[in-house]
Design a protein around this ligand. Structure first.
Ligand SMILES: [Zn+2]
Length: 440
């Protein structure tokens, strides 16, 4: 089956913007990208821009309703205790309900691919249900490889029927302060795509290097501090590489940036999460200059406020410009590239997605600029990045299939189910009336 979508602008990302552009789709792939005058108008979206679907390189969809949990708590012990208490109040079905809401919010924000770290595996179910492309990195923790890999095998088995070409399995040894070197090695031996968290906070660095700080009390018995940073430790044991994506990388020195670049390791840059948790601002300009493969991640509402990818793109630009004290350090077009093709590269999916070109998967978002202060359009990338929001997303396609349509996809039941899980976690009585009443 073939069809054509057209709009005022098409931003292929790999190649210059096309005014009056169109994308031809056949069997879930892009058959051609060009002018509507050549390809036909097909389904025409007025006042809109067609972009490659955003690639959200680091998420935890199963934390979609954790907004505000522990916000501002300085003491890590209090923060983690609160999260453990609340998580314990819900079960598997509710994990899936929450992850479904996370997947829906991503599609609503123009995201077509996520790199998701999931402890329960609920993300695989949610992404399969909603048609969101994903690498689901099943999380493992601890010092002893045997029980951790047993947990991994059980979780993978539990959700195995939800994996496909679109929703692929991976593994996530959580972080160098919560996972031993032995467990990292055992994970690497599985040969799966891998995600981890590196150099996120000052507390992490001080624990790993000196055994000091708030992490010490929680991890000392579990995972001994190695006397060096996560990047140096993993690189020194051949545990970084093109199949690995590292979230955060806020506190990295020049030699660590070189190690990330030389090993071809992907980095998921999450500026809102890093700012909200008081971790700092990652050296994005330095990472880019070194040639590190960088994508953008929203992380989850457990730290950043939302899966709103437009807010994340703006934060990428604002934090990079503030850090460098130079507005030319990152353009809107460069941020858009990081949020699409950059993320696809970091996840190892760039031959399939990340740009609009013949042969790639037809993953794309249609963004309306109607009412934006960026019209009439001077720079379409700036209009999307600075002027866009989930409310501007008209349609999101994955594999050429419409997975979200403004006004046509409501997700009332799904939202109500996720809210009910949040109420259970907050341990408050149900609201007197439905939170998401169906529209008349
Ligand atoms: Zn994370």
């Amino acid at each position: 089956m073939s069809r054509v979508l057209s709009a005022d602008w098409v931003l292929p990302v790999e190649g210059p913007p096309i005014e009056g552009g169109a994308v031809a789709i056949q069997d879930g792939r892009i058959a051609a990208v060009g002018r509507a005058s050549d390809l036909g108008s097909g389904t025409h979206y007025p006042d809109a821009v067609i972009v490659p679907g955003f690639v959200n390189a680091h998420t935890h969809l199963e934390y979609a309703v954790y907004g505000g949990f522990g916000d501002g708590l300085a003491d890590f012990a209090d923060w983690i205790t609160l999260h453990i208490q609340r998580k314990g109040r819900i079960g598997w079905e509710q994990y899936v309900d929450v992850a479904r809401l996370g997947a829906a919010q991503c599609l609503q924000s123009g995201v077509t691919t996520v790199g998701d770290c999931s402890y329960s595996g609920a993300t695989a179910v949610a992404c399969a249900d909603l048609g969101l492309r994903a690498v689901v990195y099943l999380e493992v923790f601890g010092a002893d490889p045997a029980p951790a890999l047993e947990h991994f095998a059980e979780t993978r088995e539990h959700v195995d029927s939800f994996f496909s070409d679109r929703v692929r399995p991976g593994i996530s040894p959580h972080a160098p302060y919560s996972v031993s070197l032995d467990l990292y090695r055992a994970c690497a031996e599985l040969g799966l795509p891998t995600a981890t968290h590196i150099s996120e906070s000052p507390a992490e660095i001080s624990y790993l290097v000196n055994g000091e700080g708030p992490w010490g009390a929680y991890t000392d018995l579990l995972v001994p501090h190695p006397g060096t940073t996560g990047t140096r430790l993993l690189a020194g044991h051949d545990l970084l590489g093109p199949d690995v994506i590292a979230a955060h990388c806020v506190m990295v020195e020049d030699d660590e940036i070189e190690l990330l670049a030389a090993t071809g390791t992907g980095v998921a840059h999450c500026p809102r999460s890093n700012a909200a948790l008081g971790c700092g601002v990652a050296p994005l300009a330095e990472l880019r200059a070194a040639g590190v493969k960088i994508g953008i991640g929203t992380d989850s509402p457990a730290s950043a406020p939302s899966f709103d990818f437009f807010e994340e793109l703006r934060s990428v630009i604002l934090s990079a410009r503030a850090r460098a004290r130079r507005p030319s350090v990152l353009s809107a077009a460069a941020a858009l590239e990081l949020g699409t093709l950059g993320g696809a590269r970091a996840l190892g999916l760039d031959t399939e997605v990340g740009a609009l070109s013949e042969g790639r998967r037809a993953d794309l978002a249609v963004i309306s600029l109607a009412g934006s202060s960026y019209v009439p359009v001077e720079d379409p990338a700036a209009a999307v990045v600075f002027g866009g929001s989930p409310g501007c997303v008209v349609a999101t396609y994955v594999d050429g299939e419409l997975r979200y349509e403004k006004g046509g996809t409501d997700w009332h039941e799904l939202t109500a189910a996720a809210h009910s899980a949040r109420r259970a976690m907050l341990a408050v009585p149900p609201a007197a009336r439905p939170v998401a009443a169906p529209r008349a």
